[in-house]
Every structure is written in structure tokens, then in C-alpha cells.
Write a protein that binds this ligand. Sequence first.
Ligand SMILES: [Zn+2]
Length: 316
Amino acid sequence: MTANLYHPASGFPWPQGRGFGAAFTFDVDAEAGALAFDSTFHRRMSLMSHQQYGPAVAVPKLLGMLEHHEVKATFFVPGFTADLHPDLVRRIRDHGHEIGHHGWLHEQTTALTDAQEEEMIDRGLESLGRLGITPVGYRAPWWEYNYRTTDMLLSRGFEYDSSLLDDDVPYRFTSDASATGSLVEIPVDWALDDWEQFAFYPGWTGSGVIESPRKALQMWSEEASVAAHAGNCFVLTNHPFISGRPSRLNALSALIEHVKGLDGAWITTLQDIARHTASVIEDIKVHDRVADPGPQPGQDDQGHPLPSTDDHLFDN
Ligand SMILES: [Zn+2]
């Protein structure tokens, strides 16, 4: 790392002897991730096979790799994945990893009504519950957490979320209603997600550019090094169907080796990080809602962008 980088210390109170937190997280989107985008994809055998590479081939390899490094990870599992691949989800749990909630069919939560979002959360809980799993952590599909979600999670006993993008370290928060209780947020970042580096499927996602695992390893190693220096929390998000491919698995293993070698690393599950945060942080944040500025030039009367000649493609 360059010596003159500016990275102030976070001051976050990590446990005795630990200088920063690091979590390797895996979103087992599998078939659900594609079907939530277009449910007719269930007819596309090749696309389904691309998604099934995750549960069938990638997760077993990842479990072996994590065991080799003696690292416990957090796996976010949509209910649909748990229903289709119950033995695999049990196997992840039996390896000592944490299982978190990730919707039922990886829903596009911004399109849901309140009642539909509640139903999604309950359906996901039921699917995991049938495997004897009660998750304490939630990660919104596509990281699309709604202002209303906090109360839904609190009333169901969740302890933390990992979908927001507004800090370098975990914090406690609650809703703007007169809520009882609080959650811990363990923030994420699109730069620390394998989707942006590697995901591509014609007619569904990606631009066609597939980066070199070496480039991703370099990016993520640099993020981890700065997190170590600043006392931040390094949270990497991987998808087994993407990062379980051979050269990427290799790069991920090298990254874990790098993080383990950084001074003061506390590599653990998000649940451990959340419980530590709840025990040492007193402040409880309330996210301010952003005022509606009203429709602007170039937007329709609802405030949505008018059709333009530019292609704005968000591939996640
Ligand atoms: Zn996902």
C-alpha cells in the first residue's frame, strides 16, 4: 500500500487485540436470482444450469476452501433456494457457517407493497424454519432495503441487516417510527461485490465484460489493507455461481490468505460482528428520509427519467 494514503482511523471499538473486522459473505441466489428478474426464465435450461452451478458445484468447493482457511462465513439464502436445495443448506449450516435471510424469491423489494414485503419475509423465514434455521441477519435482495423494512425485521426478532451503504463500520439503528428495539447495520459496498466484476448472462445481466480474477483480487486486497489500517469493517459479497468458478475460487482463496495476514484481523460471521456491535455501541441512528424535490427537467410528472438516447444499464 502507498505510504501517503489518507485514511483516518475509524475509532470503532473492535474486540481486545483485534484491529478491524472482516466478513466473507455468500448470497446463494441460485435459480431465485434469475427468476425474480423474469419468472419465464424457468424454461431456459442453459440459464437455469448456469444458476445451478452454485448449489451443485460451487458451494461444496467453497465449503472446502473455507474449511482449509478455518474461516467461518455468512451465507444469505433465499427461501426458494432453501426449498430447492435443503440438503445443501443443511450442509452449509453443519460446517458451522451462519445462514441469513435473503428474501423468498430474491424479490425486487422496491416493487412490493408493505403487505407483500411482510409476506416475503415470513415466507423466507418459513423455508429456513423447515430446516431448523432461525436467521438473525437479513440482507435485502439486490441490497434494496426499504425505509419500512426496519419495523418488519424488529417485530420478527432479527438482530442485524447488511444491505445499506452508508458507513465503513457497523452501527446501530432503528426506524423513524416510535420503534422499540434496534438493529445493527453492517454496511456493504458495490466495489466489494463479485457481480460487478464477473456476472454475465446474455439476455439477463452483465455488459459482456468479464474481469480477470487477478484484477478483482488486487481491488479487494487493497480495500482490505485500507480497512485494516483504518480499523474499518471489510465485508465482501460473493455469489457461489459466480465466484465458485475455478480461477475465481483460487483468487478468493488468495484474498482470504491476504486478509488473514493483515495485523489484527477479526475474520468472522456477520452475526458475531453484529452482536459485538450491539454490546459496545450506545448510539442508535435514525436514517433521515430525503425530502421529495418534485419532478425535475428531463423527468416525467412522476419524477421518473424521460426516455433518453443514452442507454442506462444497471447490471446487478
Ligand atoms: Zn442476492
